[in-house]
Write a protein that binds this ligand. Structure first.
Ligand code: ZN
Length: 190
């Protein structure tokens, strides 16, 4: 199992535009496997290249037990509105409601190198939109009102302090164990 370091908010790689994937070789497939390991370990349901410091247009995701790799995605159509409390593995802490299109039509390349198109809606569409944003250096915070963004960053700063305290073993439970008060990441963390 290869765990990668998930780049955190403030890392300049998260605000850069990624370039197209031009070669799907063994090294790339191994990178995707390591990204799945990292995503499941986090835990989260999506992870984009820039989040592990690779500025290429691809991401891995699994929101329903069917893991998939999406390469060079392009959202060609979108429709409707859907509200969902999003979180981000690069911004631990806040989970806030973001309104985005409910249904999308995606054009992309799969791991076999074939160009494919499919429709996705609700959570499926949400994961794809969040991860595709990462490839353009856009974070879910950028979809929030200034007030909500400020609140999100405050929650994030508190969570970072909490994670540091846990890492230093300062948060001790009644039985002497190190306690991690989970921020509820998992289903909403992308
Ligand atoms: Zn994210």
């Amino acid at each position: 199992m290869g765990l990668l370091r998930i780049r955190q908010y403030g890392d300049p790689v998260l605000t850069k535009k990624a370039t197209e994937v031009t070669e799907i070789d063994g090294k790339f497939v191994k990178l995707c496997q390591d990204m799945f390991d990292t995503m499941y370990d986090a835990p989260g349901i999506g992870l984009a290249g820039p989040q592990v410091g690779v500025l290429k247009r691809f991401f891995v995701y699994d929101f329903d037990g069917e893991p998939d790799v999406i390469i060079n995605p392009e959202i060609v159509e979108s429709d409707g509105e859907w509200t969902f409390a999003e979180g981000c593995l690069s911004i631990p802490g806040p989970h806030l409601e973001v309104v985005r299109p409910k249904t999308i039509l995606l054009r992309c390349v799969n791991l076999d190198g074939d160009e494919i198109e499919f429709e996705a809606d609700e959570l499926h569409a949400r994961v794809i939109q969040h991860e595709t944003d990462h490839l353009d250096g856009v974070l879910f915070l950028d979809h929030l009102s200034p007030k909500m963004r400020q609140q999100a960053l405050k929650t994030h700063a508190e969570r970072v302090a909490e994670l540091e305290a846990i890492a230093e073993g300062k948060v001790i439970g009644p039985d002497g164990q190190i306690v991690d008060q989970s921020d509820g990441s998992g289903i909403g963390s992308l």
